[in-house]
Write a protein that binds this ligand. Structure first.
Ligand code: GLV
Ligand code: MN
Length: 219
């Protein structure tokens, strides 16, 4: 009897391990595609599928990535993200693409993608890229990248790039989600809606409240 109970416990433990392995990542698609149905009122984790009979090639198509993004802004860079909103056919496929343009010395400021790892490739120019590991080490891993160089920003890590050359730079990234999300640190902390109380941030950043008010006024 004792040995039966023991075997049962082992089987339950094995079952639990198998389940946790099976649920550790996004499920594979169970059909050829699930094109985002923009008209569906159904709210699910992702987007409902358009009737496959109504799908056509345009659902898998985007044109215009040859056009530079508008970098006339305070940081001198522009990310053009081609996600499921731009190509409905990306829905459920776990992939998207970005073009990043930089003015000379332009910065793509510190940000994270809550749902994706990013594979960053320099097409033109010289770019310093880096990310910071999580607490408590907070290691800053950085590298100077030239045309053809590839760098990885692991999912969720705060990362940035800066064009350190004196002419424009261009990069292309692939991201491991159809909807990677972008959380820009400065906008999130100092430009939230409504504001995070300035005295909270003054304590968090160990600065005078006026410094926080000044930074908040810029976002
Ligand atoms: C875009 O998200 C980038 O980091 O290049
Ligand atoms: Mn990024």
């Amino acid at each position: 009897m004792a040995s039966n109970n023991h075997n049962l416990l082992i089987m339950l433990a094995l079952f639990a391990i198998t389940c946790s392995i099976a649920l550790a990542s996004d499920p594979s698609p169970l059909q050829d595609f699930c094109v985002k149905d923009s008209n569906s009122p159904v709210l699910v984790n992702g987007f409902a599928c358009k009737d496959p009979k109504l799908v056509d090639a345009n659902d898998f198509f985007y044109s215009g990535l040859n056009m530079p993004g508008n970098t006339s802004n305070p940081v001198g860079s522009k990310v053009t993200l081609i996600n499921v909103e731009k190509i409905p056919g990306l829905n459920t496929l776990g992939i998207s693409l970005a073009r990043v343009d930089y003015e000379p010395l332009g910065l793509n400021p510190p940000h994270t993608h809550p749902r994706a790892t990013e594979l960053f490739t320099v097409i033109q120019g010289t770019i310093q890229a880096g990310f910071v590991t999580s607490n408590p080490e907070n290691r800053f891993l950085t590298k100077i990248l030239h045309k053809g160089d590839v760098f990885v920003f692991p999912k969720g890590m705060v990362h940035f790039q800066r064009n350190i050359g004196h002419s424009k730079a261009l990069a292309i990234s692939t991201l491991s989600s159809h909807n990677p999300g972008i959380v820009t640190i400065a906008n999130t902390v100092f430009g939230s809606n409504p504001d995070i109380p300035a005295d909270f941030l003054a304590k968090a950043f160990q600065v005078d409240k006026n410094v926080v008010l000044n930074v908040q006024s810029k976002f």
